[in-house]
Design a protein around this ligand. Structure first.
Ligand code: ISJ
Length: 320
């Protein structure tokens, strides 16, 4: 096992337990079922700790998790935590960051200076990315959503030799180019990341970032959960559709039916039944779909959806 992430009603970790890193996220206060996301490998695993992070690696993939304790200054602490992660990546030799998740308690809270926690987090993250000279092309898929406690918890996957292609959405401004009214520093993430591993057996993955009802850089359909959910699903359809992936030399012909390990973040508990109905109609009956009642990074966003496409699906659709 490379790593385990609990989606539960309390925050815990990171720890190394039974030879693998483990992080527990406070993502449920709604009585919904807790679940554990497990990242596995068939190769031998080495685990360890580095500056508060817990990690494991297998020669090709690195899984790492960390936590930034509750603080009044998420700029400095986020920068430090992300720099520690970059240091580890360099130390162990996994230079390609593939996918990052960030769960931020009180993400929409505003401090005395009028800055909310999310924009402070974005500043710290951007500072670390700048110091490590992460150009736009290298910025991977991510999620940054609210949680119910535990400061900022984060985890990521990086790889050694597989090829990573970061993908943008023609309906959306790249997040790293959002104008300053959305925060002093733009969010550092791509809309999706395609992971293409060569040998011994081809196994490609597509990671879709947390996606919401944003067109260009604007939130659309404020207050209207049905249209926000429909727009979010349309955004993902266009992102993973053949017209867009072909621009990156990826020959896969994907639809929402190909997505798996879907997470649907819903701001208002009462909206979950409607969102569930819409998503059940859109995703495959075989897909794992979890619904989590948490805040989204902008106060006016009501729903956000992420997922991934696994090698089986990509092979079936002829991924390049
Ligand atoms: C919903 C959006 O952004 C969210 C914030 C992210 C981040 O800052 O890493 C990544 C994806 C989403 O979770 C968006 O801007 O479209």
């Amino acid at each position: 096992m490379l790593g385990a992430v609990g989606y539960s009603d309390r925050a815990g970790g990171p720890v190394v337990r039974d030879g693998h890193p483990s992080l527990t996220l406070s993502m449920r206060d709604d009585g919904g079922p807790a679940f554990t996301e497990v990242w596995r490998t068939t190769a031998d695993v080495t685990s360890g700790r580095h500056k508060g992070l817990a990690y494991a690696h297998d020669g090709e993939y690195l899984f790492c998790c960390g936590r930034i304790e509750e603080t009044a200054d998420y700029v400095t602490s986020t920068e430090a935590a992300y720099l520690a992660a970059f240091e580890l990546i360099e130390l162990l030799g996994y230079p390609n960051v593939v996918r990052v998740w960030n769960m931020v308690n009180e993400i929409n809270d505003v401090d005395d200076g009028g800055h909310n926690v999310y924009t402070q987090f974005c500043r710290g993250r951007a500072a670390a990315f700048e110091q490590r000279q992460m150009s736009e092309r290298l910025i991977p898929a991510a999620t940054c959503v609210g949680s119910h406690g535990g400061g900022v918890a984060f985890y990521f996957i990086a790889c050694r030799s597989a090829r990573v292609t970061n993908i943008e959405n023609p309906r959306q401004t790249p997040a790293y180019r959002y104008p300053p009214r959305y925060g002093i520093k733009s969010p550092s993430f791509a809309r999706a990341t395609y992971l293409s591993s060569g040998s011994p057996v081809r196994s490609d993955y597509l990671f879709v970032s947390g996606t919401a009802s944003i067109l260009g850089c604007e939130t659309v359909y404020k207050g209207d959960i049905e249209r926000q959910c429909a727009t979010t699903l349309d955004n993902i359809s266009v992102l993973i559709g053949p017209g867009n992936l072909a621009k990156y030399g990826i020959g896969a012909d994907l639809t929402l039916q190909d997505l798996d390990s879907v997470k649907v973040y819903v701001k208002r508990d009462a909206d979950i039944p409607l969102v569930r109905r819409m998503c059940s109609g859109a995703f495959s009956g075989d897909a794992e779909v979890a619904y989590l009642n948490v805040d989204i990074c902008r106060d006016d966003l009501l729903v956000e959806i992420e997922g991934m496409v696994t090698p089986e699906r990509l092979t079936a659709s002829g991924g390049a």
